[in-house]
Each structure stands twice: as structure tokens, then as C-alpha cells.
Design a protein around this ligand. Structure first.
Ligand SMILES: NC(=O)c1ccc[n+]([C@@H]2O[C@H](COP(=O)([O-])OP(=O)(O)OC[C@H]3O[C@@H](n4cnc5c(N)ncnc54)[C@H](O)[C@@H]3O)[C@@H](O)[C@H]2O)c1
Length: 324
């Protein structure tokens, strides 16, 4: 089975590629806007911008994928109008390009990486897949628009679809640029800065370990078509509790600082997991304490490598970029 992974040099994409390697013919593509090759080990990732429809079509025609795992996206709560434009361009228009190419090239299945951000502030907990969608951010709106495109293009284009609505994914290789809280906390704690908590810290998130998420994408290649499933850890953790866990693992006693809440941040989140269990055969296997411990080790290694290590990793990575 030939599987095209978009966003393959990203945090989750790199773990997905690893989870497929050996058992599937994998082609990874990424525009490297935030992805880096050091994340993908020995798998060659081609440079491809999903907002370029001709380039996307060429890649599909060359590789003829049986399935696409579409993870390429501009991620995070937008901080500027330019960023919002870019999110719309990549997350909506880019998704459209992928779907049109899938339809034109006889791709059998498209799996979309969507987000719990499509729900907005929950009206009930845990949030199941029938919960109303009412995103608070442009990012959430682009993900919801992408979901709709996937459903409609699948019907018209004759391919199957699966939509995975991911919770708050964390784990080794996550960088802080798009603002993920676990990465920011570990890096700040290890570098001796205080942690910054936006809001009162009592807001909750559903954290899910990245290798579990990669496994969900693998299973999504074979589950019944038309599944829309939450992919979360299944429990709510407050940001204050997370800060305490990170500080304990790192061994720092610096007290967190509190900053004003960020617009678009959801107050509470925990995802129901029944659909993923029944339809995908997936359940989170790694609990938060174990996942954070492994993640801490990875950040410690990164800190130990220092600037010299980062520079040589980038140099090694450069040699593995291939052009379409
Ligand atoms: N990390 C999370 O907690 C989380 C939660 C919910 C959903 N998701 C979704 O999972 C997917 C992966 O997220 P991530 O956390 O790995 O983020 P990431 O930024 O690490 O990965 C996204 C990848 O897409 C690439 N990309 C961006 N624009 C592109 C373009 N125009 N053409 C080709 N590639 C492009 C980036 O270079 C990057 O490598 C995204 O679709 C995101 O919306 C992530």
C-alpha cells in the first residue's frame, strides 16, 4: 500500500512516517515552513507546498498513492491577520488541492488531521463527536472548513475519508514555535526560565502522546470509511497541574508566572473516546506521567546537544532534502 503523508517533517507527521516505515510504501512531503528534516530519520521527504495545485497534482501523478494522510497545516491560535491568511491558505485551499489530486489520481482514502478546536468551548463533557461545532479561533474554523471539504469531495471524487479530531498532542520532537504548552514548559524549565501560564491555569486540556496518535493514523488506513473520531487521552488535566508535573520532572522549584488569557483559548477540554475505540480499534496506551517522563528525557537530550548539536543536525538534515 502506497501512502502519501503531507506535513511529514512536522512534529506528528514525522512520528506517523516512522510508524508506517517498513510496512508501507511511504512518500513524505512538506514545505519545511515549520518542519525540519532532523525529525524524520532516514526517510526522504520531498519539498512540496500544498498551496501549489500543479505541484500537488504532479506529486500525486508520480507516486499514485492508495491513501493520503493529510497533516500539512499552519497550526496554532493565530496572532496576526497575516497568520490568519496563511492558515486559511494552507489549511483550506491546500486541503482542497490535496483532495482534487486524490480524486484525479484514483486515491482510495484520505485521512484528515483535524482538531478538537472545531468544537469551541464545550457545552458538555466529555466532548463526543456529535457535540456542536463552534470554533473560537481562525485555526479551528479552517479545520472545520477542511473537514467539510473532505466530506464533500469524497462523495464527488469517489474516495473514502476518515477524520481524526486530535486533542492536545505532546511528546518528543515537538518544538515551541507554534505555542504548544508542554514543549514551552519543558524548554522554559530546563533553560532556567520561569514557566508562563496564560489565564488562571485552571483551564483543562486532553493531552495525548504523539506515538499513540501516530498509531491512530496507521489504524485509520484500514478502519471503516466515513469515521469521524476524537483522538485524545481521555482525561482532563489543568495547566497548573501540568506545570507542577513538568517542574517535578525537571527538578526546578521556580514558581510559574501568570499572564492574561489568550483570545481563542478554550476553557475546558476532554474528549470522549468511544468512537475511536469501536471504529478504529484505538485507545491511548501511554498515560500522561509516562509520556511526560519520556518527553522530559528528549528535551534534556536536546538541551545537552546545545547549539552545536542543533547546527550539525540541521546540516545533516539538509543533505536529505529531495526535490520533486
Ligand atoms: N499538535 C497538536 O496538538 C495538534 C492538535 C490537533 C490537530 N493537529 C493537527 O495535526 C497536524 C500536524 O500538526 P503538528 O503539531 O505536527 O504541527 P507541525 O507544524 O509540526 O506540522 C505541520 C507540518 O506541515 C508543514 N506545512 C505547513 N504548511 C505547509 C504547506 N503549505 N505545504 C506543505 N507542508 C506544509 C509544516 O512545515 C510542518 O512540518 C496539523 O494538521 C494540525 O492541525 C495538531
Amino acid at each position: 500500500m502506497r501512502v502519501l503523508v503531507t506535513g511529514a517533517a512536522g512534529f506528528i507527521g514525522a512520528h506517523v512516517v516512522e510508524a508506517l516505515a517498513g510496512d508501507y510504501g511511504v512518500m513524505g512531503v512538506d514545505d519545511f515552513s515549520s518542519g525540519t528534516l532532523e525529525r524524520v530519520g532516514d526517510i526522504a521527504v520531498q519539498r512540496l507546498d500544498v498551496t501549489d495545485p500543479d505541484a500537488v497534482m504532479r506529486a500525486f501523478r508520480a507516486f499514485r498513492p492508495d491513501a493520503v494522510l493529510h497533516l500539512a497545516a499552519q497550526v496554532g491560535v493565530e496572532r496576526s491577520a497575516a497568520e490568519a491568511d496563511r492558515q486559511l491558505g494552507v489549511n483550506v485551499y491546500g486541503t482542497m488541492n490535496v483532495l482534487q489530486a486524490a480524486a484525479a489520481c484514483g486515491t482510495g482514502r484520505v485521512v484528515l488531521a483535524s482538531s478538537a478546536a472545531v468544537y469551541g468551548n464545550p457545552r458538555r463533557l466529555p466532548v463526543d463527536e456529535d457535540h456542536p461545532t463552534d470554533p473560537l479561533s481562525v485555526y479551528g474554523r479552517t479545520k472545520l472548513a477542511a473537514e467539510r471539504l473532505v466530506r464533500e469531495c469524497a462523495r464527488d471524487g469517489g474516495f473514502e475519508y476518515v477524520i481524526l479530531r486530535l486533542g492536545n498532542v505532546y511528546g518528543p520532537r515537538q518544538r515551541r514555535e507554534t505555542g504548544p504548552v508542554v514543549a514551552s514548559f519543558f524548554l522554559d524549565a530546563l533553560e532556567g526560565r520561569g514557566l508562563t501560564i496564560f489565564g488562571d491555569g485552571l483551564q483543562t486540556r486532553d493531552f495525548v502522546y504523539v506515538r499513540d496518535v501516530a498509531q491512530a493514523f496507521r489504524l485509520a488506513l484500514h478502519c471503516p470509511p466515513g469515521v469521524v473520531a476524537n483522538v485524545g487521552g481521555g482525561s482532563a488535566t489543568s495547566i497548573r497541574d501540568l506545570a507542577e508535573m513538568v517542574c517535578r520532572l525537571v527538578g526546578t522549584s521556580v514558581r510559574p508566572r501568570f499572564a492574561p488569557p489568550r483570545p481563542g483559548d478554550i476553557r475546558a477540554s476532554v474528549l470522549a473516546g468511544d468512537v475511536a475505540r469501536r471504529r478504529l480499534g484505538w485507545k491511548a496506551a501511554v498515560d500522561l506521567v509516562t509520556g511526560l517522563r519520556e518527553t522530559c528525557e528528549w528535551y534534556r537530550g536536546l538541551a545537552a546537544q546545545g547549539v552545536a548539536g542543533a547546527a550539525s543536525a540541521t546540516e545533516r538534515a539538509r543533505t536529505r532534502i529531495s526535490s520533486p
